[in-house]
Design a protein around this ligand. Structure first.
Ligand code: ADP
Ligand code: MG
Length: 683
């Protein structure tokens, strides 16, 4: 492999003591140094000699008046000197330990040099020769790179190291992208791009350079994902679930409603993976209320019908219980047995032991639960399929821990938080994806309005009218991020206020995270059965809760929530055939807060909202970046470089499909390059 992947220690000026501070900046090889790009640029003004202070850093332009002379002294030290004429004045220029610059200095030619002014000696201590083209440019057009530094590595040191590395290794920087892509996207060479990022001739060149680098980084990343996906599809260690099609069809016919076309398509995609000899690794994205539960249930039933086990993991107990009820009802006509395993069962060790025994013996075909599922003492007889609902609520390790409870387990992850495409194709690029675009028929759009607290009375009237029509309402208490304790207090207060307002006319319930599990369960059951008409709740109901008769969602202090969260909360209504309303109660003080309220009123499209959320909050916040598996890119920015990402992904998919065996010389070259430049490779 190319010499640029040697340790930076090969560079003069990098002794053992420098290695650690360099490593702190992520620089270990010469290539790392060369791709330690400036994070901004400073204008360099070409200055008049008369106005310069001693020790000031300046750029001077003039004519080379004498031949440069290199003189050696001490051990391996040398000095290159010549005279430069600036109008009528002649100054001395000196460069230390860069004898190779000699070729660039031609007597009689114009030159521009950046350096430190030594007034006593009327000498410019040279740091950098600016390229000839710049010299002809307008004055003030010159920029200098500014680098990320640390305590022991100063700006000038890094610049010097980069310069040295460029001088010595520029022609060793490899060109790795396939030629056709470089040509079709009119990319400059990688080598030129690296140079131009450090020493751009002008802004235009810098932009082209950045384009090349971003494209290369994203293309290679997407290619790795495609290779991982290819590899998975080629292996045969996954559990093939060979269910009987006719039996499954009969089961589907017993469902209380007809599947939408979207659901049918997604069921087919999942079932295809189940039958295949490779491990399924699929992401099901569907907006809130799109009907993912039933899709997962069908695939779980398909698995269980073969005698193997399937598990469904959800992030909250409320949701686990709800899914348990739903699924039990759906499988009534089958011989299958479903069990529920949650954390609160720890309170009865005996019951928990019995449950674990049914899972271990295989008596339980379908296992539904929370984080309790991946605990160490949970053993399955023959786990073949795992569904992770609201996947973004779990860490990578937690998901893996559950899948690890069987061999070659098929994994389906579901998310109701529509993920902006930029993040999805990066974090989940290796996965196969299914999208539930369409919402079940007979739904009416949710109307969203934004009101101020002063209008509370009207809201109460509206809620009461809905209740008289037989409907139900949620009321979400304000989020107090600092303290769960205050959160609960707040919910209790609002509960008292609302109960008092409606007195006997309406039954009001309260739900919050600090309640014991059986109490939560009882409240949810009562609300589901319409024994309670208003449910005051904290955000514990944010995910998954499904009560189709509820048609009003009132969110107090709505501006305290992010868009994605508001969308999730709103998704609790609009699940049945009746028209639903979401009321945002907020008096936002910031422009950002007002903007969020406006966006919520104007759109119910989860994908649009998640994209807006991303723009308003930045990619780090939408979900924990580390958790979501998005790498730290060296130069690409997923929001800024959205278009390039899309293009790079398309190109990567095509490229990988054209060389499935990885035989092309270009493929081998890229693989070698990735190996050299990626620290944690597993593809
Ligand atoms: P989510 O995708 O948000 O998890 P759910 O699976 O909870 O959505 O489904 C939302 C509601 O839509 C549920 O009440 C469910 O019973 C209902 N539903 C799902 N599929 C259909 C369908 N094909 N026709 C009618 N209602 C459906
Ligand atoms: Mg759901």
């Amino acid at each position: 492999m190319s010499e640029v992947f040697q340790s930076v220690q090969v560079l003069p000026g990098v002794g053992p003591k420098r290695l650690e501070p360099l490593a702190e900046l992520g620089i270990e090889t010469v290539y790392d140094l060369l791709t330690h790009f400036p994070f901004r640029y400073e204008d360099i003004q070409i200055r008049d000699v008369q106005t310069i202070m001693d020790q000031e850093k300046v750029t001077l332009k003039g004519l080379v008046a004498t031949q440069p002379v290199v003189s050696y002294y001490g051990f391996k030290k040398n000095r290159l000197a010549f005279r430069m004429a600036i109008e009528k004045q002649v100054i001395q220029v000196a460069f230390f330990n860069q004898p190779y610059l000699k070729d660039k200095i031609v007597q009689g030619e114009e030159i521009a040099i950046y350096g430190k002014w030594d007034a006593k000696r009327t000498t410019l201590m040279g740091m950098k020769i600016l390229s000839n083209r710049n010299v002809e440019d307008e004055e003030g057009d010159q920029v200098e790179a500014v680098y990320r530094t640390n305590k022991s590595l100063k700006q000038a040191t890094i610049l010097k190291l980069v310069q040295t590395a460029m001088e010595r290794f520029e022609d060793k920087i490899p060109e790795v992208l396939p030629k056709e892509l470089t040509a079709s996207h009119h990319l400059m060479g990688h080598r030129d791009a690296v140079r131009a990022m450090h020493f751009p001739k002008d802004e235009l060149e810098r932009q082209s350079a950045q384009y090349q680098l971003v494209y290369q980084e994203l293309f290679l990343y997407q290619l790795r994902l495609q290779w991982m996906r290819q590899k998975r599809h080629q292996q045969t260690k996954g559990q093939a679930v060979l269910y009987d099609n006719a039996t499954l069809k009969t089961f589907i016919q017993t469902l209380p409603f007809e599947l939408t076309d979207g659901q049918k398509k997604v069921v087919n995609e999942i079932c295809f993976d189940l039958r295949a000899p490779y491990e399924m690794n699929r992401l099901l994205q569907g907006d809130v209320g799109s009907g993912k539960t039933i899709v997962a249930t069908i695939a779980m039933v398909a698995t269980a019908l073969t005698g193997k086990q399937a598990a469904l993991m959800v992030p909250t107990e409320i949701l686990a219980e709800q899914h348990m009820l739903t699924i039990e009802k759906l499988i009534q006509g089958t011989p299958l047995k479903a069990v529920l395993l949650t954390g609160s069962m720890n309170r009865s060790q005996k019951k928990r032991k019995e449950l674990l025994a049914t899972i271990e013996s295989g008596e339980a075909n379908l296992v539904i639960g929370t984080h309790a599922l991946f605990q160490q003492d949970v053993n399955f007889k023959d786990l073949a399929f795992v569904v992770i609902d609201e996947q973004h609520r779990f860490g990578v390790q937690q998901r893996q821990a559950l899948a690890g409870k069987g061999a070659g387990v098929n994994v389906l992850q579901m998310t109701a938080t529509p993920i902006p495409r930029t993040l999805a194709i990066t974090a989940f690029g290796e996965m196969d994806t299914s999208i539930l675009g369409e919402i079940p028929r007979g739904r009416q759009p949710i109307k969203t309005t934004w009101v101020r607290e002063q209008e509370m009375e009207q809201i109460f009237d509206f809620v009461e009218r809905q209740i008289q029509k037989g409907r139900q309402a949620y009321m979400i208490s304000p989020l107090i991020e600092e303290s769960e304790h205050l959160d609960v207090q707040n919910a209790e207060e609002i509960y008292r206020m609302i109960s008092a307002h409606f007195s006997d006319r309406v039954k009001v319930g309260l739900l919050h995270g600090k309640m014991p599990a059986d109490e939560k369960e009882a409240v949810m059951a009562d609300f589901k059965a319409n024994k309670l008409q208003v449910l005051v709740s904290t955000t514990v109901i944010e995910v998954g809760v499904d009560v189709p008769n509820a048609t009003v969602m009132v969110i107090l202090d709505a501006d305290r929530f992010g868009l994605a969260q508001l969308h999730q909360l709103r998704g609790r209504v609009g699940r049945g055939q009746h028209a639903s309303t979401c009321i945002l109660v907020a008096s936002p003080k910031t422009e950002n807060g007002k903007e969020r309220m406006r966006i919520m009123c104007e759109s119910t499209d989860g994908f649009y909202l998640s994209q807006k959320d991303l723009e308003l909050r930045g990619s780090g916040d939408v979900f924990g970046v580390k958790q979501s598996g998005i790498p730290d890119f060296k130069i690409a920015d997923l929001i800024r470089d959205y278009d390039i990402l899309e293009q790079a992904r398309k190109d990567a998919i095509l490229y990988a499909s054209e060389d499935p065996a990885g035989e092309k010389a270009e493929t081998k070259r890229m693989k070698a390059f990735i190996k050299q430049t990626t620290k944690e490779i597993n593809g």
